[in-house]
Every structure is written in C-alpha cells, then in structure tokens.
Design a protein around this ligand. Structure first.
Ligand SMILES: NC(=O)c1ccc[n+]([C@@H]2O[C@H](COP(=O)([O-])OP(=O)(O)OC[C@H]3O[C@@H](n4cnc5c(N)ncnc54)[C@H](O)[C@@H]3O)[C@@H](O)[C@H]2O)c1
Length: 361
C-alpha cells in the first residue's frame, strides 16, 4: 500500500521538484498525469518497499439541515459539534443560490475577505448572492495580496483595519472567499475581531474544499514556523461550489489531492482503493469524481473533528506528513512549494521512516 500511496501522492506533488526552480511561476499548469514512482525524478517521492497496514472505514456522516428540494446541493455533510455544529454544502452552482448563504449571515453587515486572484473571479458573484432580494445586508470587502508568504501578521492587520474603518460591530459576518490561506486568515480574524464574530467559509481550491475550510483551525504563519499563531474557531457553514474549481490551475488542483490521499491512508481503505482507480479522472476534473472525492474527504474530516475538535489525540492523524511538510515549507520559504506538494513529499518520507510499519486502526 505504501508504494501505491507514493504513486498517488506523486500525482499531488507532480510539480514539487520543479517548484523550487525560480523559472516556474506559482500557478503554472502541470501535466495532468500520474507519474509512476519508479520514473519520478524527485528523490523524496520514492517509496520504500510496500508495507502492509490496516485501515478503518467509518460510516459516513448523516446529513442534516437540508436545502430546498429544488436546490443544486448534492450533499450536505454535518460537522457535529453540539451547539457549534454546522453544515458543509457541496454541489455545482451553489453561488447561484442566495438563500444558502443568506440563511447563515448574522446581522446586516458582511465583510468578504479575499485576494487579488480570487476577487476578479468570484467577488461580484458572492456579493450578489449575499444581497440578492436582501436589501438589509451591506457588503464590504478587503482584497489581500495572494500567496502563502502573506499569511502573516501584517496582512492580517489589513482585515482588522477594514473592519474597524467600516465600523463593523459584533453582529457582523466575515466571509472567507478563496483557498486555504484566505480561509485560515479570515477565520483567525473572525475569532479575534471584537472577541469573535460570525464566520462563513467559501473555499475555492481543492485543498480548501477537502480540508482547510472544515474543522475550525485558523491562523497565520510565524517566520520560524507554519501556523504557529491561531485559534480553533468554527464557521457557521462551509459552502463548496465545485464550479469554482473550473478556474483553478492544474498544479493547484494536484496539490489539493495530497490531502485526499491522506484520508484514504489514515482511516478509509475503500476510499483509498477508489482513488487508485480514479486518480486519472480526478486529475482530468471529471465532475462526478471530484464531487465524490470532496464529499468523502469532508465526511472523514467531519468525523474526526467531531470526536476530537481541539486535537488532544485522534485529530493528530490528520497531520500525517505535516511535520516534514511544514519543515519543507518553512525551510524553503513560504510559497516555494505549494502546501499540498510539501505534504505529499512529507507523507512519503513519513511512510519511508516508519519502523515498525505504520498500523492505522
Ligand atoms: N486550517 C486547516 O485545517 C488547514 C488544512 C490544510 C491546509 N491549510 C492551509 O491552507 C493553505 C494552503 O491552501 P491552498 O492550497 O488552497 O493555497 P492558497 O490559498 O494559496 O490557494 C492557492 C492559489 O490558488 C488561487 N486560487 C484560489 N481559488 C482559485 C480559483 N477558484 N481559481 C483560480 N485560482 C484560485 C489562490 O489565489 C492561490 O494563488 C496553507 O496555508 C495551509 O497551511 C489549513
């Protein structure tokens, strides 16, 4: 299984060795193929001989809070955290359904946090969804510079500057519109502004849709370490419009697959087997394959988070490969490798040094 994992993870990190080359700009498309580990030129992605381990499959989360019958929502996954429970809506065209967003807005003021890449693509649409037939709500936005290197205190302060200048009060809602960087920063800002305001996640990368938007980990990087400053702070809902992936560059899509493979490895053997058969379809952006991968990833994450919200034990399994991965990101400089690429390489390194062989139960 380890050799197979390396093969799948190689898909996620297909550009990671090239990523350290300054000639390849961030966001440059990568070939949509699944390289064989034996042919892969990146040493960190070569697996040691196959090792056997057991995986545990846990039944999917029961849907709650259903959307209207005519809705395009294909799946609702509930993150079960008592009075902080929330739905994850998954489907194509969900930004065309204003009611889904509006039902989770508190108060009359909304601050959308996004970046220079995502704003031209989706800010107008999200603003429409928030305000359509809803004159009571006014929307402000703050557009941050794009990149992991801006996931820092200086950039976070721009969110607070905008919120204070706009005189937002405690009954406002922050909306994260973007990938994992925006989601983590907006969530942390929501946790800290006026000691906590309402917060909605609209993830637009595969990484954010399968992982970072779910579970309430928010924060920023410190120059000496990733995600060292932050808070556990749950959103009111996560709205995953899978159509937003249509504009995502191939390399970013592949990066998100690292976390999909992770769920198969840590707890969901049938999902891992499905990935072995469907990796080409995922990389080719086949809608049904993407939708299933997002759904199953969210279900797995929701189940883990519901059992161990603040990472006192089980939730640490979600960090498979992250010790190495974060070291790569911090050591090379934030943004040199994409997060998912570093996690893919980190996971293979983890498998290689696991003695005795990893057993997941
Ligand atoms: N909180 C958590 O539990 C958690 C889990 C996993 C990862 N993370 C964090 O997430 C971050 C990585 O997230 P990421 O991979 O999404 O990176 P990212 O947020 O930097 O997004 C990747 C790139 O895609 C662009 N982009 C976003 N949506 C797009 C779209 N629809 N079309 C075109 N371009 C688009 C972004 O502007 C950016 O250039 C890291 O900081 C990592 O630490 C957090």
């Amino acid at each position: 299984m380890a050799a197979s994992a390396s093969s799948l993870l190689a898909a996620a990190a297909s550009s990671s060795c090239a990523a350290i080359s300054p000639r390849i700009p961030r966001g440059a498309p990568a070939a949509a193929s699944v390289p064989s580990p034996s042919h892969h030129s990146c040493p960190s992605l070569r697996a040691s001989p196959a090792r056997r381990h057991q995986s545990r499959f846990v039944a999917s989360v029961a849907p709650t809070m259903q959307p209207p019958a005519e809705s395009r929502v294909s799946t609702v996954v509930d993150v079960d955290l008592g009075d902080r429970s929330y739905p994850i809506y998954i489907g194509a065209g969900l930004l065309d359904e204003p009611d889904l967003l509006q039902r989770h807005v508190h108060g009359k003021r909304v601050l959308v946090v996004t970046n220079t890449t995502v704003a031209p693509l989706y800010l107008e649409k999200v603003t429409w969804a928030l305000t359509h037939n809803n004159r009571n709500v006014s929307v402000e936005s703050v557009i941050l510079p794009d990149g992991e290197k801006y996931k820092d205190m200086d950039t976070l302060m721009k969110v607070f500057d905008k919120a204070v200048e706009s005189r937002l009060d405690r009954r406002c809602t922050f909306v994260a519109l973007g990938g994992g960087v925006i989601g983590d920063m907006c969530g942390f800002a929501a946790a800290a502004f006026l000691r906590g305001v309402n917060f909605i996640q609209i993830p637009t990368t595969l990484m954010a849709q399968v992982d970072s938007s779910v579970g309430g980990k928010t924060g920023i990087n410190h120059p000496l370490g990733k995600n060292l400053i932050g808070a556990f702070y749950q959103p009111q809902c996560v709205l995953i419009d899978t159509d937003t992936l249509n504009t995502l560059p191939d390399r970013e899509l592949a990066s998100g697959i690292a976390e999909v493979v992770k769920y198969g490895l840590i707890r969901d053997a049938p999902f891992f087997e499905w990935q072995e058969k469907n990796m080409s379809a995922l990389l080719a952006r086949e809608p049904s394959a993407l939708a299933y991968a997002i759904k199953r990833s969210c279900e797995n994450k929701a189940e883990v988070v519901a059992q161990d919200e603040k990472e006192s034990g089980l939730r640490a399994t979600l960090n498979l490969g992250h010790t190495f991965g974060h070291a790569i990101e911090t050591g090379l400089g934030y943004g040199a490798w994409f997060h998912g690429e570093a996690i893919a390489a980190g996971t293979v390194n983890h498998l290689n040094i696991s003695i005795p062989p990893i057993r997941f139960s």
